[in-house]
Design a protein around this ligand. Sequence first.
Ligand code: SF4
Ligand code: MSK
Length: 644
Amino acid sequence: MAKMRDLESVSIDPQVQFLLDKARNENVLTAFDRADMMNICGFGSTGVCCRHCLEGPCRIAPNGKGPQTGVCGADVHQIVARSFLNHLTQGSSGHAEHGREVALTLLEVAEGKAPYQIKDVDKLYRVAHDLEIVTEDLSMNEVAKEVALKALEDFQKQTGIMNWVKLRAHEDSLNTWNKLGITPVNAHLEITKAVARNAMGCDADPTNLILGGVTMGLIDGYAGLHLSTDLQDILFGTPKAVKAKYSMAVLDEKKINIAVHGHIPMLSEKSVEWSRRLEDEAIKQGATGINIVGVCCTGNELLMRQGVSVASSFSSQELVIVSGVLEAMVVDIQCIMPGIQQVAECYHTEIITTLPYVKIAGATHVNFEPSEADEAAQEIVMKAINRFSKRDPEKISIPDQTVDAYAGFSTEQIVEALSGLNGEDPLKPVIDALVSGKIRGIAALVGCTNPREKQDYGNTVVTKELLKNNVLVVSTGCAAHSLAKHNLMNFDGLEYCGEGLKEVLEAVGNAAGLPSLPPTMHMGSCVDNSRPADLLTAIANRLGVSMNELPAVGSCPETHSPKALSIGTFFIAHGIDVHIGVSPQLSGSEFVTNVLYGDRTDEHEVNADKLFGGKLIYEQDPYTAAKLLLERIDMKRETLLNKL
Ligand code: SF4
Ligand code: MSK
């Protein structure tokens, strides 16, 4: 039996430590302990193992003592580049599928076939206008239908450029992609092409494969992130600043607890609605009400728009069940550990899957279709209510003390807050602060938590180091969960900010009637990484420069997901440096790592920094990572200030 890490090495969150201890005492295995039991494979972890055909598996000996090519003759660089493209294709398809599901829902709503109301009519008309849809003589639903059809074209058209690329991309970035011939036409076409070129006997040029990977990054960014955010804002409302609660302590022993988990907000929005409508049924069962809590990005979606409390990020999702008070965990898509079912079988929790192509053996399945959203949500909430009486009082234990956090910082909300300082030119205060050095740069702290890593450690250390050095930090995904739990999204966290940054946050906050803005701003879920991209595009346009000239970086210290690699590639394609704190499994090929990690000063190398103006930074130590990010911020800052 492998030795398990002590609790302090697993997470810096005492509530997660508490529930992991409970799980261990009750002989319940969770991801943290499974990670300790797993031997790391030296071939897989460096990307040199290929299973692309039945001649294999083939693996390349890293020390030169053994085969240096696969049976087909593929060398280590080809194998590692293909493995990277594979990860990017997987990541971008998840987000593209998310975007397509939302587009289909908008279409059904517009046609009166699904029971949702369009919440942000202004945004609908803004997006329609920017897509060059003539809206005169059209009803609101007809406009929504035209927007939905334009979105679906991005999964169908055979020539030209994706509508959402034209809608959202910075012109200079688009010119670069056009010159390289990597601008996407439609998401399904590009994903199919990526799978096809990656097959045995196809693309065997590592540089070409990596460029194919950049196209996957663009698919993620436009068919996934931007398209999903725009349409979700139209359907469910553009987020506004909201105060909410974080930590496992948001579970309520007296109430029926339902966790919503995954990514797509269509069902979870309805679950919140039906939990209110069925309160009386809960009371009949002896509970005081129904408590919906969020896990992962479905949690982020509800937090941003409805202020729903968030219980857990990715790596501790099973521990929500270990509390013994969770009646149901309702899941949609992505980042759902199959292990939740094994853990649920040790308690009274019902796991409910909702999409026909995402089921878990042993779990209950309630099929979700937007047209029957009310029926599905009602059935799910009733199932949870009926589980309440099955609780085992011996197994109940919930940590106390929630943490307050401010969220809801859509780009629109940030611009509105800034307009309190300068209504005519809202971005001017940020630009002035960047030029004066009160703000040294801008960072998006994004991504996941990973059961192999010490939970929240990398995310909070990188953030605190950047804040201390006056970098403005925005955040999304499970990384935002780490920051919120550790007081980096409430005013207590202002103590971590450098003086210049603190002054700016307080000035903007005061103008909006608050003591300050929080030290870091929660911009939403994984697909809402479109929001930092929008903010940077607006700043670049306001300054009249390219995105790659901004002193801006992304950091993803604790990722587990290939989606983080495809989102990161989307930012690198704009020339924004991206740090990753977990091995991207590329070290087997010096060629591939040179292309991705190489510097613009390298001689005789084609690399990302030279092509796009940004690169991938792989660094496990969060203190060193922050130092490297600050160096890149300063380098770009100096060039920018000379140009202005
Ligand atoms: Fe081996 Fe080539 Fe087949 Fe990969 S594609 S498994 S390297 S023969
Ligand atoms: S849920 S991709 S663990 S952020 Fe978006 Fe969290 Fe990462 Fe999944």
